[in-house]
Design a protein around this ligand. Structure first.
Ligand code: PEP
Ligand code: MG
Length: 569
């Protein structure tokens, strides 16, 4: 058995097909005719664009718009004069062949992205490497791997499954994916989930460990893989697979139903998204709106600050997709560990306690915050947009944001530009301070949304990335539960909506507790919407209240977990 990261749920039993790497060796040579070499690069680029567009169109037709975006991103990168200009410049100034120039420039960009400790940027490094590989293949006349031709029952094994490789996957033939690199949010994971193929990523040396035709079991739910499994293990997994597929089918009966408890209480069940295109996924998964649009992805995916107009188009697209359903858009939550090269942020000793989110935005009003707030207000004319402010720790911050919103509204009025005059401005309650101060903040905010991912870290004073203290990072910790309880209570007292957009909102053990405490809105990843609706339907308010009252009486996390497990349905 080998362990990795379970990036796409489900169980697959099949035979290995190792995706071989093409031979991309080349020598750096001096060229005498620089113009001819630049033309050779341009011709290869034309082929690359054409092939990539064809693959993107194919993915769009077979899988979905969002998935095609990854390849469209490759086209955008290669349309960017920043990148191609440097390659041509290098051919010209160094008089070297196109392969060498391309390779040097791509390596430089990949290294730059890879040096940023954020999964999003690591992914961009993977994208650049994918582009480099495919451009080199074209320049060197190498054939691309044809994944569409693998036989039924195939488990694909590769160092990294690049988006361009994934384009050819036929889900009828591929029952599992194993790679050596990638995480839950890598593009291969996104595609695997969209295709509903179980995938385990980041398995050490898997490519050299397996051989073609070898039997393996892929457990994408627990992130493990069994090589040459015994017949007993295969039997167990066949049963697990059948049960998993049945459960999934059963969830379908919750499609189109209200998000309702067994005793009739209705709440809002909405989705978390990172791009405007994902709004479509929320609708596909039967979400009732968007409870968190993480706008930092718009900034991370660009090479300079997205303009007000670009942001306006993105927010408008999300609002229009959701039509009359609410879309909560969080203003830029960047800084600290989530650095963006063009923002020029300095490395900090304690990034999670530093210059990030609303603190950063209020310090960069002119070039960052005003354009974003203006774009949000303009887009509010096209749907039901709500503005959410991350990492609030004191009243001054929310007051300052509201003052800015009022000022921008006045400007828009003066210019005759439409916007939602009653747009709501809420607080993401995700710091220890915001929990303690929830009674005061509730008087200033139009709504709360509890960000349990950060609230857990800040309440427990624990860095998620530090394995030595990871045992403290739990939303079941009595201190975290009390904070959540207090935030909901304070919000309700002031009559504002209280939602939750952290991972805890989709936790089946916590859902009844949150319902009983009066949480109004649950924002979860789109694929968890139906499962969460099912959990809600299994509880009456009376039963949930009993659990919720009891949960606050425990002194330790272990007792909380043991109790919630014992009453889980
Ligand atoms: C949170 O902190 O709970 C949250 C939803 O935001 P993020 O995970 O983007 O920090
Ligand atoms: Mg957060």
């Amino acid at each position: 058995m080998k362990k990795g990261i379970g990036a796409s749920q489900g169980y697959g039993i099949g035979q290995v097909v190792v995706i071989k790497e093409a031979n991309l060796d080349f020598k750096t040579v001096t060229v005498s005719d620089v113009e001819a070499e630049k033309k050779r690069f341009q011709d290869a680029l034309d082929v690359f664009m054409e092939k990539t567009q064809a693959m993107a169109d194919d993915i769009k037709a077979r899988i979905g718009e969002k998935e095609a975006e990854i390849l469209e991103g490759h086209i955008l990168m290669m349309q960017d004069p920043e990148m191609t200009g440097q390659i041509e410049g290098s051919i010209e100034s160094e008089c070297i062949n196109a392969e060498a120039a391309l390779s040097n420039v791509c390596d430089m960009f990949a290294q730059m992205f890879a040096s940023i400790p954020d999964e999003m940027f690591q992914q961009r490094a993977t994208d650049v490497n994918d582009i480099k590989t495919r451009m080199l293949m074209i320049l060197l006349g190498e054939e691309e791997t044809d994944i569409s031709a693998v036989p039924a029952g195939t488990v694909l094994v590769a160092t990294d499954l690049t988006p361009s490789m994934t384009a050819g996957i036929n889900p009828a033939n591929v029952v599992g994916i194993l790679t050596e690199v990638g995480g839950k949010t890598s593009h291969s994971a996104i595609l695997a989930r969209a295709l509903e193929i179980p995938a385990v990523l980041s398995i050490d040396n898997i490519v050299s460990t397996v051989t073609d035709g070898q039997r393996v079991i892929v457990d994408g739910t627990d992130g493990v893989v069994y090589l040459n499994p015994s017949n007993d293990t295969v039997e167990t997994y066949i049963k697990k697979r059948v049960a998993y597929l049945n459960d999934k089918k059963l969830l379908e009966k919750f499609r189109g139903l209200p998000s309702q408890m067994a005793s009739g209480e209705v709440v809002e069940l909405v989705g978390n998204i990172g791009t405007p295109q994902e709004a479509v996924k929320v609708l596909e998964c039967d979400g009732e709106g968007v409870g968190l649009f993480r706008t930092e992805f718009l900034f991370m995916d660009a090479i300079s600050i997205p303009t007000e107009e670009e942001q306006f188009q993105a927010y408008k697209m999300a609002a229009e997709t959701l039509a009359d359903k609410p879309v909560i858009i969080r203003t830029l939550d960047i800084g600290g560990d989530k650095a963006i090269p063009y923002l020029g942020l300095e490395t900090e000793e304690n990034p999670f306690l530093g210059y990030r989110a609303v603190r950063f935005c209020l310090d960069r009003k002119e070039d960052i915050y005003k354009p974003q707030l203006r774009a949000l207000l303009r887009a509010s004319a096209f749907g039901k947009i709500r503005i959410m402010v991350p990492l609030v720790t004191c009243v001054e911050e929310i007051r300052e944001v509201k003052a800015m919103v009022a000022e921008i509204k006045a400007d828009l009025d003066a210019q005759g530009i439409a916007y939602d005059k009653d747009i709501k401005v809420g607080i993401m309650t995700e710091t220890a301070a915001s929990a303690v101060l929830a009674d005061v903040l509730a008087k200033e905010a139009d709504f709360f949304s509890i960000g349990t991912n950060d609230l857990t870290g800040y309440t427990m004073a624990v860095d998620r990335g530090n394995a030595k203290v990871a045992y403290l990072y739990s939303a079941y910790q009595p201190a975290v539960l009390r904070s959540i309880h207090r935030i909901i209570e304070c919000g309700k007292k002031e009559g504002i909506m209280v939602g939750m957009c952290g991972e805890a909102a989709a936790d089946p053990m916590l859902v009844p507790v949150l319902l009983a405490w009066g949480l109004d809105e649950f924002s979860v990843s789109p694929t968890s919407i139906l499962a969460t609706r099912k959990v809600m339907s299994q509880w009456t308010m009376e039963e949930a209240k009993e659990v919720a009252d009891k949960v606050l009486t425990f002194a330790t996390e272990a007792e909380v977990v043991e109790y919630l497990k014992s009453v889980a349905k």
